[in-house]
Design a protein around this ligand. Structure first.
Ligand code: MNH
Ligand code: ZN
Length: 187
């Protein structure tokens, strides 16, 4: 996994807790003197161990932690890659462009990235069926990233995780149902 993902986790932990919590996590699960460089690769297991430890610290299931992390990560990544979002006019086109535009761009910018395979089918104006496949099985993190995108475009969204690699499936299937938030209405 790229250093930028670890740095995103660090920023989230420091924001929601403090730097000493992150330092303790690092002491336990990363080699001494570890510094995450955005463009470099680090072991996936290191990220999983850190995320698992965050789950222990906040006493929540790992899936919840990964969702929260994913949502934060969307804002973090788009802030680091300011040129990405301008290409999309709405939520739906961003989702449809994850694989062919966003991750294609990532593959040009980063050396040997480990990206998931994401394929989307647009059903109608309110529904997209997403297929996710990756040996890292970070589908809950994908859910969070999708929520982050929905919040950026001020959309209400629900995600129905119909099939899951964590339940022995070859790939995950996520049905996204969304609509624009009504103005002046607090949800
Ligand atoms: Mn993207 C990794 C899904 C938007 C850049 N991305 C991942 C992973 C998932 C993912 C899941 C974790 C790896 C895996 O599952 O195997 N990404 C998404 C989704 C959206 C998304 C569902 C939008 C919604 N991603 C973005 C945006 C950017 C970005 C926006 C940057 C501009 N993603 C990355 C990078 C990685 C990544 C960089 C890390 C790749 C690596 O570690 O080699
Ligand atoms: Zn899944």
């Amino acid at each position: 996994m790229k250093g930028i993902i670890f740095r995103g986790l660090e920023e989230l932990v420091v924001k929601t807790h403090d730097i000493t919590v992150w330092e303790k996590l690092m002491e336990k699960h990363a080699p001494a003197e570890r510094v995450y460089v955005s463009a470099k690769n680090y072991p996936d297991d290191e990220l999983f161990a850190l995320a698992q430890e965050v789950a222990v610290v906040v006493d929540k299931p790992l899936s919840d932690i990964l969702r929260t992390f994913g949502e934060f990560l969307f804002a973090y990544l788009t802030q680091k890659h300011g040129e990405i979002l301008v290409q999309f006019e709405d939520f739906s086109s961003l989702i449809m462009g994850i694989d062919t535009v966003i991750h294609a761009e990532v593959a040009k910018l980063y050396h040997e990235p480990n990206l998931p395979q994401i394929h989307c089918e647009k059903i109608d104006e309110r529904n997209i069926l997403m297929f996710y496949r990756s040996n890292r099985k970070l589908c809950f993190c994908a859910e969070g990233l999708i929520n982050g995108a929905a919040s950026y475009y001020q959309m209400n969204i629900s995600i129905d995780h119909q099939k899951c690699m964590h339940e022995g499936e070859q790939e995950c299937t996520l049905l996204l149902t969304f609509e624009e938030k009504e103005h002046g209405k607090i949800n």
